[in-house]
Every structure is written in C-alpha cells, then in structure tokens.
Design a protein around this ligand. Structure first.
Ligand code: 5GP
Length: 135
C-alpha cells in the first residue's frame, strides 16, 4: 500500500501543492500548526532521513529553502521552524520522509521548545567520542 504522500505524488488524492521538481514535492499540511505550514517530501517513498541517498537529502534541503523563501515573502511571518521527525518516539506519523516548514509569529506559542537539560563537560566529551567512533 502506497503511503498517503505517495498517493499525493501520483495525484490519487488531492493536496494544495506549492512546489515540485524531479525529486521533491511541497504541499500544505492538512492540519496546519500555523498559517502556511508546508511539507516538503522526497518523492521516492523512503521512511526517514537515514534512508535517503545523499543526493535526495540535498534535493529536499534545496527545495525547503526555495519554499521557505516563498513562504516568508508571501506571508511575512516573524520567523519559521524547520521540523523533521524520525521515528514514532520523535512524533513521526507518516513514514515517508518529509520536512515541515512552520511559519511563526511573535507570541504564537504553536510549538513548545524542548526543555534545556544539563550535562558536565566530561559527559559531553564522552558522548562526542561515541558518535565520532561511528563516523
Ligand atoms: P509527522 O508527524 O509524520 O512528522 O507529520 C505528518 C504530517 O502530515 C502531519 O502534520 C499531518 O497533518 C500531515 N498529513 C497527514 N495526512 C495528510 C494528508 O493526507 N494531506 C496533507 N496535506 N497532509 C497530511
């Protein structure tokens, strides 16, 4: 069964499309967190960031910048968030890679920022070493 986003790519279900190129498609989120909330997807049905080829990562990043620029020009938000969820624990509900562009207006409170935690320098360096060992 094709994902809901693959069905938008194929035209089987409608969407308010704003941008398309060979590898990406952008359309408005059906349940917008804010006016102009837009999704930029990789047309190929791949579940998450780690599944994409580097060229696909670059294509989605490029399209995200193109669309964000147009959103800012059209809607004149005070700022915008780029959100990209990977895995259910991170809030991903559609397992077809996509980036959210969420326009923001001062005081709108549509997204809660994370709660800043704390770590010692030794803890940070130990985690950095674990990550570096996998690069
Ligand atoms: P996720 O939680 O996976 O990062 O985000 C999935 C997003 O897709 C949600 O914000 C949801 O509102 C949006 N969405 C789900 N189904 C549809 C649909 O059929 N059409 C559109 N335009 N957006 C959808």
């Amino acid at each position: 069964m094709a994902s809901i986003f693959s069905r938008i790519v194929s035209g089987a279900i409608p969407a308010a499309k704003v941008y398309e190129d060979e590898q990406t498609l952008a359309f408005l989120d059906i349940n917008p967190a804010a006016r102009g909330h837009t999704l930029v997807i990789c047309k190929e049905e791949l579940p998450d960031l780690l599944s994409l080829a580097p060229e696909q990562v670059a294509a989605v990043a490029r399209a995200t910048q193109v669309v964000a620029r147009a959103i800012v020009a059209a809607l004149q938000p005070d700022g915008f968030n780029i959100v990209q969820n990977n895995g259910e624990a991170a809030g991903q509900t559609v397992h077809h890679y996509h980036v959210h562009i969420i326009p923001r207006w001062r005081g709108d409170r549509v997204l809660s920022p994370w709660r800043p935690g704390s770590a010692t320098a030794d803890e940070l360096h130990a985690i950095a070493a674990q990550i570096i060992a996998q690069l």
